[in-house]
Design a protein around this ligand. Sequence first.
Ligand code: DAH
Length: 341
Amino acid sequence: MIDKINSLRNEVSQVVVSSPEELETFRIKYLAKKGVLTALMEDFRSVPAEQKRELGQKLNELKNFVSERYATLKETLQATETVDVSKYDLTRTATPFPVGSRHPISIVKNDILRIFSDMGFTVAEGPEIEDDWHVFSSLNFPADHPARDMQDTFFIGRNPVDVLLRTHTSSVQTRVMEKNQPPIRIVCPGRVYRNEAISARAHCFFHQIEGLYIDRNVSFADLRQVLLKFAQQMFGAATKIRLRPSYFPFTEPSAEMDISCDICGGTGCPFCKETGWVEILGCGMVDPNVLKACGIDPEVYSGYAFGLGIERITNLKYKVKDLRMFSENDVRFLAEFESAR
Ligand code: DAH
């Protein structure tokens, strides 16, 4: 009997099945009421009493082994079973699931970068945690300029006071000019920080894009033309621009640029305070002092720079009234922008 048990165990361990029918055959042969195991149990009755203990144990082990083998074969068969596609409706529309949408600031940033990249500008980026030199000193800020005040700038730590959060992306100008000689033609997107109370119209962080072009014989007319093209591509071919004299430490002469009001088309409305114009950026010819500070010879090279706020452009394009919406990340607000395009 012990031989029978051993050879059965051997036999069962070698069985493989490749269809549900073969699996059923296995079950009937070994495990069913009239199967091999039941027959063995019958034989067991006539075993002499002194062998019963040992053989009973072996027999039990065999029974467990066969059941386990059956379970394994069943599992492997299910895993390798090929899917019968005729059971499924493959033309049914898939269940829709929500995919995120791009943030409006990113959408507008990408639009702006694309327009300038078509005009030959490349993208440059710099750190948000900066030092006084890159944010102020290299850009010709006088020592007592109010922007250097704690009230406007976030300083990190007291000692050294030199570490601060950049208040504008103009700092990237310096970083690029220090390492490269002209021609330089870059746009620098990024987040900037100012110590402002948060309200519908102001926030302690926002986003800017800085532009810089340095080469031989760059003139104010070049600046004006590039900005006109930008305004028309961003707000439509009928858009007009107007440059008003202004002051920035790092440009001379400096100007602020207005575009004809996108809402009333220039006839005057509450949005443009009845003037027909809205301001969108600051610009000017790079001050020779800035070129010198960055190791570029102002006798040989000249250039222009401009800086715009992405939130401002986004507000104009999409009429967002409250700046805080941009950082609250309400998905209902965010989802409106992909579909608005
Ligand atoms: N940095 C200025 C700001 O944050 C914006 C700006 C104005 C940048 C004039 C320029 C520029 O490059 O020429 O308000």
